[in-house]
Ligand binder design. Structure first.
Ligand SMILES: NC(=O)c1ccc[n+]([C@@H]2O[C@H](COP(=O)([O-])OP(=O)(O)OC[C@H]3O[C@@H](n4cnc5c(N)ncnc54)[C@H](O)[C@@H]3O)[C@@H](O)[C@H]2O)c1
Length: 368
């Protein structure tokens, strides 16, 4: 660990916390020092488990941490994030940026007022698979991408998450909770979206937790659980995205992109690694296996943000990208409600590919 490591704190000691605590340990340029939670006992337990300081949120905001990571549920992202920025800290927040586009805009305005940065998950697009796909597309081997399809369909998180209710509230659902990985990957590959159409409904308005400690508990569904988006990218590609918590099984790929000179199939954008399949024109499929940044690297976006901050350069998993993706999701739900396409107001630049010098300079365990 370098003495100049950027000190980090986390607010939110829930389900995803251990993945961050372990993932961040792979990077030599950051040091997680403390954890806080509205439930003091949760912070104390996580602090003991990972050798950290337990603090109240107010104590953490007054601490020496330079970047605060917000791991609270989406409904709290705006309130917690605004406090972080007001305290003069940089904010890295879990996805989505906020529970609605309007809240996301408010958070970006708070960052502009404070002169501090916003980073936002997902950062998986910085992993080996996303970067290999980016290099492939940028090489021009497949020509211009004209179309694609993406698919995240499952039966929902009811049986594994300790507090599954929030997945069925506004700000979550399959599009905001999981579609965000697919959209972020698509935008880093294809650039911004110009217009969306949408269809959305819920197959069940009430769900029953099937197993685990909450077995039998009823959950009221307050956001659509099957959402289909039609995405028209500025660069011209038409991509359909299906997201669902209403489907037991399917055989679709996660993401397929079709270019003038060939096609590529990408692995799960909720992971950093995984193999790609590529074909040129009607040739055979070839596997493309990324070798670096393929492990469980939750926190890669935080480490890259800290690295970029020190270098005075823009960071990649940034607020503009996250706000554009949030607007795509918000606009899809609005398009579905009014049964008419919606033009987007935001756009963003594609974040630059992750350079090799990043891994070299921060001496990270790239396959941890
Ligand atoms: N669980 C996962 O597998 C997973 C994966 C990727 C991303 N995420 C994202 O991470 C975030 C957190 O998810 P989770 O599954 O860990 O949720 P969780 O419900 O398990 O934990 C959230 C924690 O935040 C605390 N909290 C809530 N409001 C707070 C506030 N105002 N101030 C301080 N603490 C507060 C709660 O007490 C709780 O300990 C969400 O944005 C989610 O989308 C979760």
């Amino acid at each position: 660990m370098s003495e100049k490591a950027t000190k980090l704190g986390i607010i939110g000691a829930g389900d995803i916390f251990p993945a961050y605590a372990r993932g961040l340990a792979a990077f030599g340029n950051v040091q997680l020092i403390a954890v806080a939670d509205a439930r003091a006992e949760a912070a104390t337990a996580r602090a003991a488990e990972f050798g950290l300081l337990a603090m109240t949120p107010a104590e953490l905001l007054a601490s020496e941490a330079e970047i605060i990571i917000n791991l609270t549920p989406p409904a709290a992202h705006l309130a917690v994030g605004t406090e972080v920025l007001r305290a003069g800290k940089h904010l890295y927040t879990e996805k989505p940026l906020a529970a609605s586009y309007a809240e996301g805009q408010a958070l970006m305005e708070a960052a502009a007022r404070s002169g501090r940065r916003i980073g936002c998950a997902p950062d998986t697009f910085l992993g080996g698979a996303g970067q290999a796909a980016r290099a492939l597309l940028d090489s021009g081997r497949l020509g211009r991408i004209v179309a694609g399809q993406a698919c995240m369909m499952e039966r929902g998180p009811d049986d594994w998450h300790p507090n599954p209710e929030f997945f069925y509230r506004p700000g979550a659902g399959p599009l905001m909770d999981m579609g965000v990985y697919y959209l972020t990957q698509l935008v880093q590959l294809l650039g911004p979206v110009r217009r969306v159409s949408g269809m959305a409904h819920s197959s069940w308005l009430q769900r029953t937790v099937p197993r685990g400690p909450r077995q039998g508990q009823r959950i009221e569904v307050q956001t659509p659980t099957h959402v289909v988006a039609g995405l028209e990218f500025e660069a011209g590609a038409f991509v359909t995205l299906s997201t669902s918590f209403d489907v037991w099984k399917h055989k679709n790929s996660h993401i397929e992109l079709y270019g003038e000179q060939g096609s590529v199939v990408l692995p799960d954008p909720n992971q950093f690694g995984g193999d790609l399949s590529v074909c040129e024109c009607d040739g055979d499929w070839q596997d493309l296996a990324p070798r670096t940044f393929t492990g469980r690297l939750r926190g890669l976006g935080v480490a890259e943000m800290a690295w970029a901050l020190r270098a005075g350069q823009p960071h990649r998993a940034n607020g503009e990208l996250a706000l554009h993706v949030l607007e795509i999701m918000d606009a899809t739900l609005r398009a579905a409600e009014k049964a008419s396409p919606v033009l987007l107001g935001t756009r963003c630049e594609r974040p630059a590919p992750l350079p090799l010098s990043f891994a070299q300079q921060i001496a990270c365990e790239v396959n941890a």
